[in-house]
Design a binder for this molecule. Structure first.
Ligand code: 5GP
Length: 194
């Protein structure tokens, strides 16, 4: 998605050879028009899949799952990282190790909001080590819902996430695929290699 690649080139800060900071427009301050455009693009790519629900994980996947949900005309659900007192005990759970925070946490989705008969698109801001998305894939499969695919806003193709998801037979579409990066230089995969 050219608009997204341009913004990453203009505003992305490369903190190390593995970490890209995009918090001026993506995951701290959010460019709402760009977020809505990502949702329309996911809806276009997965058109015809009869998606009934979008699933993401709090916090920084929420704006993109909402945008995809709006474009598809379906609800979205976000997996929670902390159990709330209001949450029921009937939940699907997965263990996720956070690459950026260096900690492992349990994510949960209430069983009332995911189950057989649903056709689910998973959306997240980054596909990096794949830990978060693999956790969501496992939750969808445990629930008996049908997984349509995974949409990532930014994929760092040099990390192992894509390989892990492909090994699970998951269709992946990323709006910007970074093949390499170093300060002042971000290299994207060609559009048609997606
Ligand atoms: P995973 O390693 O599980 O694929 O990524 C988990 C989460 O870590 C992503 O959803 C994203 O929020 C965060 N993350 C991973 N890599 C980066 C990065 O390079 N920059 C930023 N800002 N967040 C990242």
């Amino acid at each position: 998605m050219k608009q997204l690649e341009d913004r990453i080139r203009q505003e992305g800060a490369i903190l190390s050879d593995k970490v890209l900071k995009v918090d001026s427009f993506l995951n701290h301050q959010v460019d709402t028009e760009l977020a809505l455009a990502t949702g329309r693009e996911f809806a276009r790519v997965f058109a015809g899949e009869r998606i009934t629900k979008v699933l993401t994980i709090e916090a920084s996947g929420i704006q993109f799952a909402m945008a995809a949900g709006i474009a598809l005309g379906v609800p979205f659900v976000y997996a929670k990282k902390k159990k709330a007192v209001t949450q029921s005990d009937k939940v699907y759970t997965a263990q996720v190790h956070s690459f950026t925070r260096g900690e492992t946490y349990q994510v949960t989705v209430d069983q009332r909001y995911l189950g057989p008969g649903e056709r689910v698109l998973i959306v997240d801001d980054f596909l990096a080590t794949g830990a978060a998305l693999v956790g969501l894939v496992d939750i969808v499969r445990e629930s008996g819902a049908e997984l349509v695919g995974v949409g990532a806003v930014i994929e760092k193709s040099f990390q192992e996430g894509r390989g892990l998801l492909e090994a699970k037979g998951v269709r992946i579409h990323s709006l910007a695929r970074i093949v390499s990066m170093k300060p002042g230089e971000v290299q994207f995969a060609e559009e048609d290699s997606q």
